[in-house]
Design a protein around this ligand. Sequence first.
Ligand code: NAD
Length: 457
Amino acid sequence: MAVGVEEVVKELRSTYTSGKTKTLEWRASQLKAIIRIATHHENEIVEALRSDLKKPELESFVHEICAVLSACKLALKELHRWMKPQKVKTSMTTFPASGEIVPEPLGVVLVISTWNYPFLLSLEPVIGAIAAGNVVVLKPSEVAPATSSVLSKLLGEYMDTTAVKVIEGAVPETTALLEQKWDKIFYTGSGKVGRIILAAAAKHLTPVVLELGGKCPVVVDANINLKVAARRIISGKWGCNSGQTCVSPDYVITTKEYASKLVDVLSAELENFYGKDPLQSKDLSSIINAHHFDRVTKLLDDEKVSGKIVFGGQQDKTNLKIAPTIILDVPDDSLIMNEEIFGPLLPIVTVNKIKESFDVINAKGKPLAAYLFTNDQKLKAEFIGSVSAGGITINDVALHFAEAGLPFGGVGESGMGAYHGKFSFDTFSHKKAVLQRGFGGDVAARYPPYAPWKLQF
Ligand code: NAD
């Protein structure tokens, strides 16, 4: 395997050196190929996602296929603008001169992807890499094998395989890939593996983007439209892959007074959406595999948590399903409050005053996303000013992810670097500083022999 990888990188580097991937035409042709993949093979992709995650068709279509299409279409439309050098004002120090920032591709890049949105989170970074004129290896996640295989097959059929390659595999294959010299590594996954990536990249001084996870909090203030808030929380938690989403609400913080009202409305809406027996609902994804099923249910077995379930709790290991579950008043030292849940459990933490929620959040690692439901303008401003997170959505959850004008990425424990829209192009480009001068305006003072009068300049 290791030898194969070396050859792949060699071939890609030679393609890159040929210069063909730098042209607008090549980049556009590859983006169009991805559009054809997503449109002509919709059923195959939906089936693969169903096989990996029992993902409902609507979620597959909206969260994966449409999201890939819109990222691709935006890149196609804007590419000529993104590629243009950007003029900058020059100063007296260099006068007369002109300055510009020229975006150039980085070269040979590696994208290592994860399993929860295995189509989108594989292709969106690839779209950025291609738009910026790079050659790329995609390593999809072995944990979603059907989607990994569809990606390998379709990219092989539709794309320029001298410049875009898919290497399937697990730890040994990824380890072999990480031994190579890359010009950028874009990794999505856990912080544990993120550290392995960063260490491997350091050997070659390779820049990295780490798209990691964390515990995304939702603060719920009183005096809001609680029904709308509850529906939005449910949609971002259980309606996104049964909570197996990096920006899903991980836990809720509300006041002691308001908690029971919130639980009542969340419970009623959950029953509306998924029925009295949610384990039978076709609108709820399953847990990806038995390992993750055991990991999530272990959080419920913790004695600090088990007596506090106020909704749900049902499990079906054969079908890898866990019902939407709400746990009220979990202690801060419970397992569930100290690990990313990445599943359909929602603990609710209570505080005396809503502002105390800021301390609860800031005492943990910086989350990938943080949410606040309130009508209080002052509280909104204070939340934005004092909660550090990769991104924030106010009065909804997860939707900042879908806004191409906003950079998507983490901070601190939740990662480094960002992408989406133009930020994807920038992430895979080097911004080359170019200063151009003529031969006029040569100032004698800069040259030796230095003399005191020259300092007066
Ligand atoms: P993971 O880190 O186990 O796997 C991700 C990738 O790393 C896979 O391709 C896998 O093959 C590879 N990998 C696994 N072990 C490796 C090792 N020892 N050496 C080298 N490569 C290895 O992560 P996961 O369980 O797939 O993902 C869950 C995490 O990802 C959660 O924390 C979640 O929040 C985060 N996530 C983040 C985003 C984001 O956009 N920020 C999106 C989805 C998931």
